[in-house]
Ligand binder design. Structure first.
Ligand SMILES: [Zn+2]
Length: 616
């Protein structure tokens, strides 16, 4: 190992050389040396040594973990009763994997409203003595110790360590303790100076207690407190004169000041849930101090498979470093239940969009597979990380592209499958090559995310709502193709139903084919069995829902609908007998069972004479 003086390497690049049996790594910074050493070790192990200079194309390469999003031992402050050691171990595993990919920041995501990690988790509110009688839970010191340990581990692996925080999360008894903060027609008055004194004190105390944390990522719109985007807020004379974007901006600037006081960094997510909120974010985040990074998801609102259009906020903030937020899990395309390898998708988002829009980097969620990583996940058994499933390839592809967006994803797929599946690599590749289109076929209808509640069997009302309030219609009102598809789906003809079902059948067929290819590879057999079952079930759900619309609109009698419901029930029962009471027949989070779905259809379609089996 050498120190290199090459000006082209920067702090994170490295040079690999070979002189006969002597290999060397040279870098001008510690991170460069670390990445180079990992790379050399890996290449020597797999006989793939390549000499040259390697410099990351994007400055910001982040991994995010949802392990602490909402859960662990209840008394310690989570929403689930899982040991904190188990959750920490999952994060430690992620930290250990990161240097091999040249990742330079780790973030822990959280949801304040669901008991998840947030700056307020660690506070005694030193500067607000009247708050200190609050029941903080006995876990505060333990939580602090755990997070400090993880932060130190992240540093040892070449990463900055950031935590999510949310705007204006007040403790439960804030108003009792400080009634002067009460607003007009709303619990809090934004114009009361206590609001900003509270913000300042909160961050000061946080960084005093956890100096190892390198900064925070401020998330709006999901706060169960004062949600600046959603809540009209206080109606007093002063508050009603402040536009929402100004409120958002003031909070960001106050947090930024506090971060600077402690030598910390600030990132702000542009996440929003309505076109009007997007307009607010567009104004609020423009022209901020240039060290504030902005993070935007690849598409509007939430992750929605592979075909939704790019988020217009990406590249909308000239002069501001902006990160593209992606998920490797793939949330919105089957969560952790089925293989869905999205190499081509990442190549398009990072290789094309991030480059074209001059983004500063990529933030990748790596562990939605962590079943306990979400407050509403009730899947039994130990936590499963993405690394332990075929979807590991999504981490590989997105992370490598974040280092080099020109990297060849097909070569990556070849090399990865050889390592993971050995002599079965070719069959594994054949099976997995279809996985992205299978998941798209299951969860989408003519390009619309429909017929699911975040991948669960939905209430009928949820489907109605998704159809009517699709992100596509709301955020892209000028797109006539989306409008035309919506009209077709809203009042389906026989032709439309035939087209939808043909799409669903294609997913069933592809899943069957992949299942045949995957025989003898246990994790893929399991994955594609689940994918096949889900494809069958969602074909049935599609038939039932669109037939129901026709019956309700007086376009046909209940004959075909009755047949569709019977088929759905028979398939659900067959799947349950094969796989027990698990997804997709039973929901793991949100949603309902396939049987309850049938009950709703029977009721709304006024069908008679169908009995819903108990299937035991
Ligand atoms: Zn007010």
């Amino acid at each position: 190992m050498d120190r290199a003086d090459s000006p082209t390497l920067g702090a994170e690049g490295y040079r690999l050389r070979r002189d006969n049996a002597q290999y060397s790594v040279a870098a001008s910074g510690a991170r460069g040396l670390l990445y180079g050493a990992y790379s050399l070790a890996d290449e020597l192990e797999h006989g793939s040594f390549q000499a040259g200079e390697f410099v990351p194309r994007f400055a910001d390469r982040e991994w995010w973990s949802a392990a602490f999003q909402a859960n662990f031992n209840l008394p310690l402050g989570g929403a689930f009763d899982r040991p904190i050691e188990e959750i920490s171990a999952a994060v430690e595993r992620i930290i250990r994997e990161a240097p091999a990919y040249g990742i330079n920041t780790l973030q822990l995501m959280g949801r304040a409203g669901e008991g998840g990690i947030d700056v307020s988790w660690f506070l005694h509110y030193d500067d607000f003595p009247k708050l200190q009688r609050r029941q903080l839970g006995w876990g505060i010191e333990r939580r602090t110790a755990e997070i400090r340990k993880l932060a130190r581990a992240a540093h040892a692996h070449g990463m900055d360590f950031l935590l999510w925080d949310h705007e204006l999360v007040f403790p439960d008894n804030m108003l009792e303790a400080y009634p002067e903060m009460r607003g007009t027609g709303y619990p809090y008055c934004f114009s009361n100076p206590l609001v900003f004194r509270f913000l300042d004190a909160k961050l000061d105390e946080f960084f005093r207690r956890l100096p190892e944390v390198d900064g925070i990522d401020l998330t709006f719109a999901e706060t169960h407190g004062y949600n600046l985007l959603e809540h009209g807020g206080c109606q007093c004379e002063r508050c009603s004169r402040i536009p929402t974007e100004e409120k958002v901006r003031r909070v960001i600037l106050a947090m930024h000041e506090a971060c600077l006081r402690h030598g910390k960094r600030l990132e702000v997510r542009s996440y929003n849930q309505l076109p009007t909120h997007q307009a607010v974010m567009r104004k609020a985040l423009r022209g901020l101090p240039p060290d504030i990074r902005i993070v935007s998801k690849n598409t509007v609102v939430d992750f929605r498979g592979t075909d939704y259009p790019d988020n217009p906020l990406l590249g909308a903030f000239a002069g501001q470093p902006e990160l593209l937020e992606l998920t490797a899990c793939p949330e919105g395309s089957g969560y952790g239940y089925i293989p869905a390898l999205l190499g081509g998708f990442y190549k398009d988002k990072i290789g094309r969009m991030a480059v074209e829009r001059k983004l500063a980097g990529v933030a990748l969620r790596v562990d939605y597979h962590l079943q306990y990583g979400h407050a509403t996940f009730f899947t039994a058994g130990p936590a499963v990380l993405t690394f332990d499933t075929a979807n590991e390839f999504n981490i590989v592809a997105a992370s490598r592209l974040a280092w080099d967006p020109r990297a060849d994803v097909r070569q990556m797929f070849l090399a990865w499958s050889r390592r993971r599946y050995g002599e079965r690599a070719e069959s594994a590749r054949r099976a997995l090559a279809r996985s992205a289109s299978i998941s798209q076929g299951i969860f989408f209808v003519k390009g619309f995310s429909l017929l699911t509640h975040l991948d669960m069997v939905p209430h009928l009302a949820t489907i109605d709502e998704e159809l009517k309030k699709s992100y596509l219609l709301e955020y892209f009102p000028e797109n006539s193709a989306y409008r035309a598809t919506y009209e077709k789906l809203k009042s389906p003809s026989e032709t439309t139903i035939a087209e939808v079902l043909a799409g669903k059948q294609a997913a069933v067929d592809a899943a069957e084919e992949s299942l045949r290819d995957a025989r003898g590879i246990p994790d893929l057999e399991r994955g594609f069995t689940t994918a096949r079952n889900a494809a069958v079930l969602w074909k049935d759900i599609a038939a039932a829902y669109f037939r129901l619309l026709r019956v309700e609109q007086g376009l046909e009698d209940g004959t075909k609908l009755t047949a569709a419901v019977r088929t759905e029930l028979a398939d659900a029962c067959r799947i349950e007998k094969q796989s027990a009471q698990v997804w997709p027949v039973y929901p793991a989070a949100r949603g309902i069972t396939a049987y309850d779905f049938a009950r709703e259809v029977i009721e709304r379609g006024k069908l008679c004479c169908i009995s819903v089996p108990s299937c035991q």
